[in-house]
Design a protein. Structure first.
Length: 112
């Protein structure tokens, strides 16, 4: 199988030396440092922006809720106001019918 060049034969590769392991560990620690000093602050900054937006949304939602509660409190007297309006409309309509009847008596009859 190793004759066609697709597979690497690890039996003949050189063993890892102490220096090679040390180089690998240095690269490992460099990667850890990059992760700690570059990637982690970027993630924290992005998370901070998202949390700030969530807090602004929460404050806006609280303001909307407070306004809705105030509006609901202002709507409590509406049924009694509607009853007063209905009574006023009934009085006005009765007066208007009386007035229209008086005007009809005063006007000359309509000719065809």
């Amino acid at each position: 199988m190793s004759g066609d060049g697709r597979y690497r034969d690890y039996r003949h590769s050189r063993p890892l030396t102490c220096a090679r392991r040390r180089e690998d560990m240095v690269l490992w620690w460099i990667g850890n440092a990059v992760l700690l000093f570059v990637v982690l602050p970027v993630v924290i900054a992005l998370l901070n922006r998202v949390l700030a937006a969530v807090e602004r949304i929460r404050w806006a939602a609280d303001d909307i809720l407070a306004g809705g509660v105030t509006l609901a409190g202002a709507l409590d007297p509406v049924p009694s106001m509607l009853a007063t309006t209905d009574a006023t409309v009934a009085q006005v309509s009765a007066g208007a019918v009386r007035y229209a009847g008086s005007v009809a008596v005063l006007l000359p009859p309509k000719e065809n």
